[in-house]
Design a protein around this ligand. Structure first.
Ligand SMILES: Cc1ncc(COP(=O)(O)O)c(C=O)c1O
Length: 396
């Protein structure tokens, strides 16, 4: 069985979520139906919404169930933009997930948005002073700010509470992409004060195809999908089984996440970081080196003189599932726009590899990865560099 170190891409479903999913699939009834079977389905759905809300420090009425992180982000970002017309400026830090990058690019090309990319530091972090300066510069024309809680590639955590406080002082709503942070950091939507926040079930041990946009009572978004108005701003028959399974993952521990899970995971992650540094001293840790400044399951390195994909394939052959962290376009690997936004030169960025740990990852597994790395690195260096597409310049 290969060693799975790609939990940020998707984490295996928790047994409790799988069992709840299978049971709930046997329930007949549309939760919008009036008869008792429909009302039974509705009760299951609303109990699930309560559990999901509790895991996020939100009220059930604020939880809009969606098909995943990408839909939630599109609804949060486009929906706030349209509601805030005629304001046109969208502020985003460099190195956001493609769900945000591509949604705001679309707003720029189709809806007249002016997208302003704010610089992040060399660790990938947006500083409140940079946000304050951008808000000051664009004044009343700012429609919204959208930013990551934790970076899905390099793991750097933003000080979301401080950033939201800066925007709120100007009356500007903030959408937070918490997809990578959810399940790994405690999330308290009410305390943070964001207008909207996106999460995804398959990153926490729930099913693929389920997510949520948490939308504060005080804010409205323009819907993306029109129809039966089953939820406040999202139409479509609701997926009871998906919601029940999502809730089972979100309620798998109280509090969520369990502090001991986070501490143990960070310990294994630190062991992996030390093991990689011993095995390949030239490897450079990217993102925040401070253990508390990065997501507890994330270790991200660049390996000089080789391509991350070559290393990925060689490690795959050796029985380890890892990721370069960045996208592929038409089969050609893209140089990470996150690393470029952090100021990493493109020849160094080519050698990126992301290791993400999650439930079930053991010390023995990360030791085995570190032991397999020198041989894979030596082969990857001999292979040299493949052709790469440049990252989209507007967001680099
Ligand atoms: C930070 C971040 N945002 C958004 C997404 C998209 O989520 P989904 O796969 O549920 O559409 C991901 C998924 O990798 C992510 O890591």
């Amino acid at each position: 069985m290969p060693v799975y170190l790609d939990h940020a891409a998707t984490t295996p479903m928790l047994p409790a979520a799988r069992a709840a999913y299978v049971d709930a699939l046997g329930v007949v009834g549309n939760p919008s139906s009036i008869h008792s079977q429909g009302q039974q389905a509705k009760r299951m759905l609303e109990e699930a919404r309560e559990a999901i809300a509790a895991s996020l420090g939100a009220e059930p009425v604020e939880v809009i169930l969606t098909s995943g992180g990408t839909e939630s982000i599109n609804l949060g970002v486009k929906g706030l933009f349209w509601k805030r017309a005629p304001r046109r400026v969208v502020l985003v830090p460099g190195g956001e997930h493609h769900a945000t990058v591509d949604a705001v690019e679309w707003l720029a090309s189709h809806e007249g948005a002016e997208v302003v990319t704010m610089p992040v530091d060399e660790l990938g972090r947006l500083h409140p002073s940079v946000l304050a300066a951008a808000l000051e510069r664009h004044g009343d024309d700012v429609a919204l700010v959208s930013l990551l809680w934790g970076n899905n590639e390099v793991g750097t955590i933003n000080d979301v509470a401080a950033l939201v406080a800066v925007a709120r002082a100007s009356g500007v709503p903030v959408h937070v992409d918490a997809v990578a942070a959810y399940g790994y950091l405690p999330i308290d939507f009410a305390a943070v004060g964001a207008a909207a926040l996106s999460v995804s079930a398959h990153k926490i041990g729930g099913p693929v195809g389920m997510g949520a946009l948490v939308l504060a009572r005080a804010w409205e978004v323009e819907p993306l999908i029109h129809g039966g108005s089953q939820q406040r701003v999202r139409s479509g028959t609701q997926d009871v089984a998906g919601a029940v399974a999502f809730a089972a993952a979100a309620a798998s521990t109280r509090p969520f996440p369990e502090p001991s899970f986070v501490a143990e995971l960070a310990g294994v992650r630190d062991r992996l970081v030390a093991g990689i540094r011993d095995a390949v001293p030239e490897a450079v840790l990217r993102g925040d080196p401070a253990p508390d400044g990065r997501l507890p399951g994330n270790a991200h390195f660049t390996f000089p003189g080789c391509d991350g994909d070559s290393l990925l394939f060689l490690l795959d052959l050796a029985g380890f599932s890892v990721s370069t962290g960045s996208a592929c376009q038409a089969g050609v690997p893209e140089i990470s726009h996150v690393l470029l936004a952090m100021g990493v030169p493109s020849d160094e960025a080519r050698g990126a590899l992301r290791f993400t740990l999650g439930h079930g990852t053991t010390a023995a597994e990360v030791d085995a990865l570190a032991a397999a790395l020198p041989a894979a690195y030596a082969s990857a260096r001999r292979a040299g560099h493949a052709t790469r597409t440049p990252a989209p310049t507007a967001f680099g």
